[in-house]
Write a protein that binds this ligand. Structure first.
Ligand code: AMP
Length: 214
């Protein structure tokens, strides 16, 4: 399985990517997770990315493309990967096409996760994320709460609200998505790679994606 998960913030990309990874062992490549880890660890990449992320803006393409180029070249990606949160601009998609060409890799699908705006806003404001950089499990305070004391059920670390999940940053991220990322829907439609999948209930979305790949 070699797929891209497209969709606005809160569309369910992270949740679905983790379900697919657990199911068939393919690698989840989440640029958001990689950047959050870098910020937490205070690396050079993290220092450069922090300001953009907190504002809900996109991190410059050059930084992101470098991350993906390194990651896709690693041997564990040969078996399959799920790109979660990348590409996010037409330029990133063009660069990705070049990288995959060099590596001789064909994408199976680009899956566009669709959910109404009211559901997306609700998910983002009730979402909590495990603060352990190597876990980053996702919770929802209503439907899928963490263990008592706001602890991650998987690793026991504290579960927190992301710095970019204030109402202001959420509004900015959705605006940025509409301006810069939504054009990728037509881009991949023209390449006949796009599949639209409703993303209301995680189990149903997961099953719909599995059904595509058989
Ligand atoms: P996410 O967890 O995918 O919502 O990403 C969180 C934040 O990381 C975004 O709001 C951006 O600031 C940054 N980010 C993640 N992926 C990308 C990307 N492909 N291009 C630019 N910025 C990104």
């Amino acid at each position: 399985m070699k797929i891209i998960l497209l969709g606005s913030p809160g569309a369910g990309k992270g949740t679905i990517a983790k379900m697919l990874t657990q199911d068939n062992g393919v690698v989840q490549i989440s640029t958001g997770d990689i950047l959050r880890t870098a910020v937490k660890e205070g690396t050079k990449l993290g220092q450069k990315a922090k300001k953009y992320m907190e504002e809900g803006a996109l991190v410059p393409d050059t930084l992101i493309i470098e991350i993906i180029e390194k990651r896709l070249g690693q041997p564990d990606c040969r078996k399959g990967f799920i790109l979660d949160g990348f590409p996010r601009t037409i330029n990133q998609a063009i660069e990705l096409g070049k990288m995959l060409g060099k590596l001789n890799i064909n994408l199976d699908y680009v899956i566009n996760l669709e959910a109404p705006l009211a559901i997306i806003m609700d998910r983002l404001t009730t979402r909590r994320t495990c603060s352990n950089p190597t876990c980053q499990e996702i919770y929802n305070m209503r439907n899928n709460p963490p263990a008592a004391g706001e602890q991650c059920k998987k690793c026991g670390h504290k579960v927190v609200q992301r710095a970019d999940e204030t109402e202001e940053a959420i509004a900015e991220r959705i605006k940025v998505y509409n301006e810069k990322t939504a054009p990728l829907i037509d881009f991949y439609e023209e390449k006949k790679l796009l599949r639209n999948v409703e993303s209301l209930y995680a189990d149903e979305t997961f099953a719909a994606i599995k059904a595509l790949s058989v």
